[in-house]
Design a protein around this ligand. Structure first.
Ligand SMILES: [Zn+2]
Length: 670
């Protein structure tokens, strides 16, 4: 223990070691990257000063109107994770062991990591980061936030909360052998939303339903069309399939009718003829209808339909029993007859579940019945269209959009997170932020703040965007300078302020409108909450309604956006993060805004907008990117046009690419 302390002190120097020990940091996510980050934080001594060594107010429930006298924050690491431990986590989330399966990740991570350094203070929360308790004031209580999340929604939420609270965020992610670490600070760097994120690729409905040419098309058909039609909600809810411009409207209408007919067959569920009815409908009748559309098959091989009775008589055994045996052999590629057997077996198993205990079953790659069904149905369809069949194991990878999570990528990325944390902490002013008077964090996107901390080492203490490519033999780690904020980013360009709403009174929207006029000098403006526009100069109907209707504690309802509607030199948006207080916490019954006076700069002139795009391209260029980004952006635009034109041409020629998508980021596999 002591030896490790000495090592850290020698590496970081005395003053920095002290700051690390005094720090209060938040780690969101205790999964693949989160476990590794936590281990590193604990071993480096983050938040390891004794708890009673400075903090007097144990749980900080002081009145919020006395912000100025806020107590010193207590040194600790707060970990929040919603998940419980699953067997499949154990190959890379090394804080967990077999006996921890089904237990909350946050609690077990705390328990295990505490043993590495008993002097560290860890506070574990088994909860969703969207919970209203984690409001902007909660975020303000940290020196630094680490994102170790696996989904876009939560990442974007934490990004916004950190901007609102003006706390630096270290965002990280891995996909397979690649990793990325990015420091985000309001007004200084790009935020997570400054660049549009790749959206999940959806397939044109006609490719999936009428003209599949690749295994993935049949898998998506089985998973996103047939399965939900039989056991879940309808296709309309699926993000995998969409009506696109290239789709033939007439064909789309016919496909709708086909789906309706399938719904009728669903009523036969539980009866002995169910399997045959489904099979003949989707693998015979629908295929024959497709075949009859001769225009479709001029340049393609037409599909060959199948008959249940014919195939069944070839087998001459009980299909369900046979399927039950076969489906344990997930590495083998099943024959046509094998697939029919597994199809009947899984249909029977799923029907029983639907009738006895589950109203709706969703496809889950780890739910064996659903995977058996999707595998066999996809293979039967592949056979019909002359597409190669695949083993269940292979289909699981494709259907589950699986990109293997690699322990070393996570470990390397997590270590880079902590190295960036040191740089940021060194660049931050020495005094405790909680002691300073609250101000609006309306930093204008400017580069003059580059030298925070007084040293000319670049923005955020020289922090960089870091890329990991563990597969590269040349350079495993590359960096890129952090880009300045995108002035037209809807998330980080507004000014953030806090709106205190009492839980027990009914402040109206009218009160808010008056308050905004007074505090921010608005004339013509509109107010938007998650439910849409709730007020504008022509919409006054809502004025008498209680504000709580629009800013409840419910998840995702924490922000209200105020937009200046004046024609001349409109101001930037104002985003109010609502903090709901009990009567005892609030001194007056009126709405309050902090800071008391808000000054809003004008919106940047459109022509000067630099789309601070970061295209993930790896370059170790030490020169600042700001000066060249306009030109670079233009060049990229041109390149993108070429690529998308190529893609369009490809799509027209029905030569589709395979896209494998993970929860958080899209990976394109040609
Ligand atoms: Zn932004």
């Amino acid at each position: 223990m002591q030896r490790r302390d000495r090592g850290v002190a020698q590496s970081l120097g005395g003053p920095m070691t002290k700051r690390v020990k005094e720090s209060r940091v938040l780690l969101v996510g205790a999964g693949g990257i989160g476990c590794e980050v936590l281990k590193n934080l604990v071993c480096c001594g983050f938040g390891s000063l004794p708890r009673n060594g400075g903090a007097q107010n144990g749980t900080t429930s002081d009145t919020h109107t006395e912000q100025v006298a806020a107590p010193q924050r207590k040194p600790e690491i707060v970990v929040i994770d919603l998940d419980t431990i699953d067997l499949s986590n154990l190959n890379r989330q090394f804080l967990f062991r077999k006996q921890h399966i089904k237990k909350p990740k946050a609690f077990v991570a705390k328990e295990t990591a505490s043993q590495f350094n008993p002097s560290v203070n860890i506070d574990a929360h088994h909860a969703s980061i969207f919970d209203s308790q984690y409001n902007v004031e909660f975020f303000e209580g940290f020196d630094l936030v680490f994102n170790a999340l696996d989904n876009l929604a939560a990442r974007r939420h934490v990004n916004k909360m950190c901007l609102a609270a003006d706390v630096p965020l270290i965002e990280s992610g891995t996909t397979g052998f690649n990793g990325q670490v990015q420091a985000i600070k309001k007004g200084v760097t790009e935020c997570y939303d400054c660049n549009p994120k790749p959206v999940q690729k959806s397939f044109p409905i006609c490719t999936i339903r009428s003209t599949p040419s690749q295994p993935i098309h049949c898998i998506v058909w089985a998973k996103s069309y047939l399965f939900p039609e039989l056991f879940g909600t309808s296709e309309e809810d699926s993000a995998d399939v969409a009506v696109t411009e290239g789709d033939n409207a007439e064909e789309v209408a016919k496909l709708k009718m086909e789906a309706e007919a399938l719904k009728k067959i669903r009523k036969l569920m539980g009866k002995s003829e169910f399997a045959q009815a489904v099979f003949d409908k989707v693998f015979h009748d629908d295929i024959e209808r497709l075949r009859s559309m001769s225009g479709m098959w001029q340049s393609r091989k037409p599909p060959e339909s199948l008959r249940y009775e014919t195939l069944k008589s070839d087998i001459g055994a009980d299909l369900i029993t046979r399927g039950q045996t076969l489906c344990t052999q997930d590495q083998a590629t099943w024959s046509l007859h094998d697939n029919l057997s597994v199809f009947c077996y899984s249909l029977d198993a799923l029907s029983n579940r639907t009738r006895t205990r589950e109203n709706v079953i969703e496809f889950d790659k780890d739910d064996k019945d659903t995977l058996d069904f999707v595998t066999s149905a996809a293979n039967l369809r592949s056979h019909i269209f002359g597409i190669p069949l695949h083993s269940e194991w292979e289909i699981k990878q494709m259907a589950g959009n699986i990109i293997p999570a690699i322990a070393t990528s996570n470990a390397l990325t997590a270590s880079l997170c902590v190295l960036e944390a040191f740089k940021i902490m060194r660049s931050q002013p020495q005094e405790q932020k909680a002691l300073s008077k609250p101000t609006a964090n309306n930093h204008l996107p400017t580069t003059t703040q580059s030298n925070v901390g007084g040293k000319s080492e670049g923005i955020l203490g020289g922090s960089k965007m870091v890329f990991l490519n563990s597969r590269s033999t040349e350079r495993m780690i590359t960096t890129q300078n952090l880009a300045p904020p995108n002035p037209s980013c809807p998330v980080c360009s507004p000014v953030y302020a806090k709106l205190y709403v009492s839980k027990d009174i009914k402040a109206t929207l009218h009160e808010l409108v008056l308050l905004l006029k007074e505090k921010a000098g608005y004339d013509e403006f509109s107010i938007t909450s998650d439910v849409g526009v709730i007020y504008d100069p022509d919409l006054e109907d809502n004025l008498p309604k209680p504000l709580r209707d629009y800013a409840p504690e419910a998840q995702g309802h924490q922000f209200i956006t105020v937009t200046d509607e004046s024609d001349e030199q409109p101001k930037v948006d104002l985003v109010l993060s609502t903090v709901v207080l009990s009567d005892t916490e609030m001194e007056t019954s009126k709405l309050q805004i902090l800071p008391e006076q808000i000054s809003l700069p004008s919106k940047p002139v459109k022509a000067a907008v630099v789309d601070g795009e970061m295209d993930g391209e790896m370059n170790g260029d030490p020169e600042p990117v700001m000066a060249s980004s306009v030109g670079a952006k233009r060049k990229r635009d041109a390149e993108e046009e070429v690529t998308s034109a190529k893609k369009r041409a490809k799509a027209d020629g029905n030569d589709d690419e395979v896209f494998v998508v993970q929860d958080d980021e899209a990976i394109v596999l040609d």
